[in-house]
Write a protein that binds this ligand. Sequence first.
Ligand code: PLP
Length: 340
Amino acid sequence: MIDLRSDTVTKPSPEMYEAMANAKVGDDVYRDDPTIIELEELVADTLGFEAGLFVTSGTQSNFTSVLTHCGRGEEYIIGEGYHIYKSEAVGTAALGGVIPQTVPVLEDGSIDIEVAIGKVKSDDMHFPRTKLLCLENTYNGKPLSPKYMQRATAAARKVNLRSHLDGARLMNAAIANKCTPRELASSFDTVSLCLSKGLGAPVGSVLVGNQDFINEARRVRKMLGGGMRQAGILAACGIVAMKNQVDRLIQDHALAARLASELAQIPDIETEPQGANTNMVFIKVEHKHRAPLQNFLKEEGILIGGRPPTFRLVLHRDITENDVNKTVSSIAKFFRGLSY
Ligand SMILES: *Cc1c(COP(=O)(O)O)cnc(C)c1O
C-alpha cells in the first residue's frame, strides 16, 4: 500500500529496530533509564531548553503542558483550528478545567497577535484568568517564520502570558524556513515535539521547558497516567529519529511540492495556490467524485485521507518517488475514466 493518509504511518527503520534491541533501560519513574534521559537532553538541547520530558504522544505532551501552565478556571488563547483545541477531544477543558479562548486562524496558518492579546481578560472575579498563548508550527503543513514566533512570544511576555508551541512538526517548519529548530522554539516557555510524525519513530513526543517547569510537568504526566517504566526501548528510536531522520525531511518536502504541482495539472483537481510548503498536499474534488476517487485509489493500492471537502496527502519516509508517480497517474486515470 502507498499510504498517504499521514506521516504517522511509518514503520520503524532497521536502525530503530537495532537501537531498540540494544537500548540500555531502567525504571524511568525512578529516573533509572539512561536512554530516556539521553533523549530528553538531546531534544532539550536541540530546541534551546534546559530540560525535557518523554511522553507517550503529542496529545499527552500538549495536555501535560497546558495543565502545568494553567489551573482550573484559567484559560489559554489559541487558534480555532489548532490541534490542542480542535483535535485532542478538548481534554484540557474536559479533564483539566482549563478553557480555550479561540481566535481565527489566518490564511498562512498564523493568528493575529494583536487579536490574540486583545482576548486577555483583566483582573476581575467574573472573568477566567488568562494564562497562556498556544501556537502551532507547522499548521496544516504551513510553516510559520522565526520572526513571527519571536514577535508572538514577545507580545505574550509583555502582558504576562506564558507561551506554548505545539511543534508536532517543528522540524518540518525549520527545514522550510532554512533555520535551526532553536530559532523557532527557544523564545517559547515550552515546546512539544512529535517523534512519531515525519521523524519516523513508532511512539513518543518530548515536552521541553526550564527545569522547574519540567519537574512540575513530570508530576502532571504521572497524574495523566504517563509515567512509563523501561520505555528506553522507545526513546532509543527517538534518538535515531533526532540524529538520522531530520535532514531527510527535505526529500518529503521536495516530493510534496512535485506532487502538488503535478496534481495541479489535472483539471478536476483543485490544489492550494501556494502548492506544498512542507510535507502535505491538500486537494479538493467535486463532492460527487470524493468517495469514488478514494475507493478507486484504494483498489490501486493507494490510501488518502482528510476531512471533507479536502483530501490530505502526506509525504513521509516510506513514500518513494515511484509512489508519487503512481499516485499522480492513478488519480489522472480516475478522471480520464469519468469522461468516457
Ligand atoms: C499529531 C499532532 C499532535 C498530537 O500528536 P499525537 O501523537 O497524535 O497525540 C498534536 N499537534 C499537532 C499539530 C499534530 O499534528
